[in-house]
Design a binder for this molecule. Sequence first.
Ligand SMILES: [Zn+2]
Ligand SMILES: [Zn+2]
Length: 374
Amino acid sequence: MQIDAYVVETKNAPFVQETLELDAPGPGEILVRVVGTGVCHTDMNTQSGDMPLPLPGVLGHEGSGVVEKIGPDVTSVQIGDHVVMGWPFCGECRNCVRGEHRYCERIGEALVGGHRLKGPKAGESGYTRQDGSKLSGHFFGQSSFATYSLALASAVVVVDKDIPLELVGPLACGITTGAGAIFNTAKPQAGESVVIFGAGAVGLAAIMAAKNTPATRIIAIDLHDSRLELAKELGATDTINSGAVDPVEEILRINGGPADYVLDCTGVISVIEKAMEAVGMLGTMILIGGAPVDASFSLDHFRTLWGQRVVGTLGGSGTSAQLIPALLELYKQGRFPFDRLIKTYGFNQIDTAIEEAGTGATIKPVLLLNTDAN
Ligand SMILES: [Zn+2]
Ligand SMILES: [Zn+2]
């Protein structure tokens, strides 16, 4: 079938709309009419060549929509279901078998291989140009900067129809990444402290999640006062503008000492090295933000002997099937208002959305498509 999609031709090329031919869903696959798709840093990192997706290709990986067709053997979803398209995984490797889908041993291929991960057409792209040439799709199992996505049934999560479908796409990536870092990796205990460097979509999701734990101190750090104000409304007990004061000195002052958990949502190496100074004995540094390819950092060896842990987390760890329904239930109860991070744009406004996310004016842009959600 014909779809409209944004294609990135080569490294650093713009997003250009193009009509493509998309294969019908095969075994294990479903066709999703995209209703909303978040725009994430990873899309821009892929556009700039920092991710190994072969170009040209169709990006977009925070999509939600309605199931229009299902492959021959699909039973886990029905036509008409509302779904969030989560991260794909092989389901067979050691880590998948133990329920750690984010650490699927084929996760690189699953997210940015540009072709089908599984099924009789594994290794082939389902996306074809008008001239008959193939291009990369299946980005994070969806390539959702398009009117339709070919997703794996095993990767989508069905959501209730009373939830605004156009807003839930970011639960596939950015929002679960922040929330999962708290729920699956930090797991703060009563009276513990959590410090979050970077109050963008991921950091603010972590703050909202931390408010749902017994942590008693939640400190947000950013350079934008507007984001710090929102952080406070969403659950931060204290905020620090690191452009105005030394963040570590402020953390020690506010917290009465170093912190139990420090989350880096910036991916900026100098921030990570500075943030380590705020981690206490038996404390944990959690790395979340994506740094440039091949980046490395150094730590004070003696301090890490103080029982410290440094741990990375991908996509919030856990599984889409675990995190997304939990976050939606918290949302319904008013305990996880992730919709406050979102600003919506028309599908044609992708450049504006990216620009406003870049300046900090928008925290999480979502492009709307096919706006009749039912
Ligand atoms: Zn796997
Ligand atoms: Zn993302």
